[in-house]
Design a protein around this ligand. Structure first.
Ligand code: PEP
Length: 244
């Protein structure tokens, strides 16, 4: 269960969140939990999460280790700041910051080389779903952004299926719709990496997951967890998702 805080919260607010959140998930041993705050809050989050089962992640990284790349942050920097996870190819990065399948692949390789665990996002836009293009889009994104990983690299990634029309809109995919897309993704994994990899890969659903809809989604065997935006910003709400 991963929380994507997007561009919200300061270091002080991060500290307050963890103080409220950790007691609520102290007994939650059924899943891994990660919080992905903005870069500037990673140190505060790592410090606040110390001794707990909650991991910390970044929301992006650049694929070079260092250099004259003003404004960018590298995998080794994120790793050294104590984070374990990194979200890659979020639809907001694809929509607003020019992220492509090719850069998703570069970032994923760089994250793995730095010892980070990538959460690689895929998902279709509304017009693509309405044009029955969902499977085609997922196939293109998988082939362009993931399939060039070696089997050893692939074994370390988590995939997040995030239909763009469901992100931050309050429109959640039905459990059946999400499960169908997860089946498509698992089929692509099966074709490229084999049945064992397909059964082991964790595929998270993301898109308006809330305390009142998480149970139905998680009842689908295809859905291994959730990537949560808005509802991860408040401790009680994200804890109730974790403890679905
Ligand atoms: C996200 O940011 O990945 C996300 C799914 O956002 P929300 O839960 O707010 O739709």
């Amino acid at each position: 269960m991963a929380g994507n805080w997007k561009m919200f919260k300061t270091p002080a607010q991060t500290k307050d969140f963890f103080a409220a959140f950790l007691p609520l998930v102290a007994e939650s041993k059924h899943c891994e939990i990660a919080i992905c705050p903005p870069f500037v809050n990673i140190a505060a989050a790592v410090d606040a999460a110390k001794g707990s089962r909650v991991g910390v992640g970044a929301q992006n990284l650049y694929w070079k280790n260092e250099g004259a790349f003003t404004g960018e942050i590298s995998g080794p920097m994120i790793k050294a700041s104590g984070a374990e996870w990194v979200i890659i190819g979020h639809s907001e990065r694809r929509q607003f910051f020019g992220e492509t399948d090719a850069t998703v692949l570069e970032r994923t390789k760089a994250a793995l080389a730095a010892g980070l665990k990538p959460i690689v996002c895929v998902g279709e836009m509304l017009a693509e779903r309405e044009a029955n293009q969902t499977d085609a889009v997922l196939t293109t994104q998988f082939n362009g952004g993931i399939a060039a990983l070696s089997p050893e690299e692939f074994a370390q990634i988590v995939i997040a299926y995030e239909p763009v029309w469901a992100i931050g809109t309050g429109k959640v995919a039905t459990p059946d719709m999400a499960a169908d897309a997860h089946r498509t993704i698992r089929g692509l994994v099966n074709a490229k990496y084999g049945a064992d990899a397909a059964s082991k890969v964790r595929i998270l659903y993301g898109g308006s997951v809330k305390p009142d809809n998480v149970k139905g989604l998680m009842a689908q065997p295809e859905i291994d967890g959730a990537l949560v935006g808005g509802a991860s910003l408040e401790a009680a709400s994200f804890a109730s998702i974790v403890n679905f």
